[in-house]
Write a protein that binds this ligand. Structure first.
Ligand code: 8OZ
Length: 367
């Protein structure tokens, strides 16, 4: 029986263990360029089997928060290259999470102060973070406009360009497509936010079309074995909702099964909250079975509120990888601490978003 600490692989990626650092937004990238201290931050955590970066915008239109990084400019790519080098120097593996926020944005962050884009012109009942003079503030998202069908190929293209640049220029081991948490691809998937009447709305097949075009495009360009995807079937994050998520997500993973992906990353329950939501039941074992039955060979990664005991049980029950989020903010040596059954540092919420070293690179290791 494998343990959390045994090596494994996810597609092309050889991993030293089954512990993954989940993507964590930290808002420390002024001008969307990762700061120098991001090299230290990620390298400190390189003993994870796999590091997934914070969500990283594929275009300016994909930006929804102040001071989050991008992957569409030369300076951004140069800075990420130093991060991947620092992680590789420590023997770690790192993929970048590719992000388009869709309607979860603000006109202040959009090209020419325009409206954020969405499947349909429905405002998300959620907040974003704008940092003014170094002070973060939560503000309502702006009213979006519905994407014209003619704009969709450009979005697929931007995702593909970001993936190619990530691997070829910035030195990432692969990419994770952010299909979760109420951002653009999740907005298209779910009928609470997608009211389109064209080929990208209505039926499950149509609502999944954009996500699948992007995954197929990226897998074709960089290889399925370097491509992962994150999904969150029932999260209410950022006003996400669907009237019938089980068949929707089973359809999605069956389609993904043919693409030889590195991994499928599932957020169970409410992102950063309860793992079970009473009025949003979901059968995750059936989801995984649908993927495997359809021939899916990628690693199955689970996430949300895991501790060591729960993670060991998940691996015993057949999960391949377990992603830890908040514990990684405060515990750069999480692998060593879990192995030693050592106590964990408590993360300081006041320094989650914005700032520099404090609450970022200054959490102590055991030794
Ligand atoms: C917390 C704050 C801002 C963004 C996500 C990218 O939920 C995020 C995010 C998390 O996936």
């Amino acid at each position: 029986m494998p343990t959390l600490f045994d090596p494994t692989h996810a597609g092309d990626l050889q991993l030293a263990n089954r512990i993954v650092m989940a993507p964590l937004t930290r808002n420390r990238s002024p001008n969307a360029i990762p700061p120098d201290i991001a090299q230290t931050y990620y390298a400190q955590r390189a003993s994870a089997g796999l590091l997934i970066t914070e969500a990283t915008a594929i275009s300016q239109q994909g930006q929804g928060y102040s001071d989050v990084p991008g992957l569409y400019g030369t300076e951004q790519l140069d800075s990420w290259k130093k991060v991947t080098q620092a992680v590789h120097d420590k023997g770690g593996k790192i993929v970048v999470q590719l992000w388009h926020v869709g309607r979860v944005s603000h006109t202040d962050l959009q090209p020419d102060g325009g409206k954020p884009v969405a499947p349909s012109a429905i405002t998300a009942k959620t907040k974003t973070v704008l940092i003014k003079d170094g002070v973060p503030a939560f503000v309502d998202t702006s009213a979006p406009r519905a994407l014209d069908a003619g704009e969709i190929p450009g979005i697929v293209h931007s995702f593909q360009a970001a993936a190619r640049n990530a691997v070829e220029t910035a030195g990432f081991d692969g990419v994770e497509i952010h299909g979760a948490n109420g951002y653009l691809l999740d907005q298209f998937l779910k009928d609470g936010s997608n009211k389109r009447t064209d080929d990208y709305g209505g039926s499950i097949e149509n609502r999944a079309r954009l996500l699948l075009e992007i995954v197929r495009g990226i897998a074709g360009d960089i290889g399925g074995g370097k491509t992962g995807i994150r999904l969150s079937p029932v999260t209410p994050a950022n006003d996400a909702s669907d009237s019938d998520p089980q068949p929707l997500f089973e359809y999605v993973v069956k389609q993904l099964a043919t693409l030889n992906l590195a991994y499928v990353h599932i957020i169970e329950g409410a992102t950063g909250g309860p793992r079970v939501i009473d009025d949003r039941p979901f059968d995750y074992a059936a989801l995984k079975a649908a993927y495997r039955t359809a021939g899916g060979k990628g690693a199955w990664m689970v996430n949300n509120g895991y501790d060591k005991a729960l993670a060991e049980k998940a691996v015993a029950d057949g999960a391949d990888l377990v992603a830890f989020g908040r514990p990684y903010i405060a515990n750069p040596d999480l692998v060593e601490r879990l192995k030693a059954n050592a106590p964990l540092n408590t993360p300081d919420k006041a320094t989650f978003y914005g700032g520099r070293e404090k609450g970022y690179t200054d959490y102590p290791t055991l030794a």
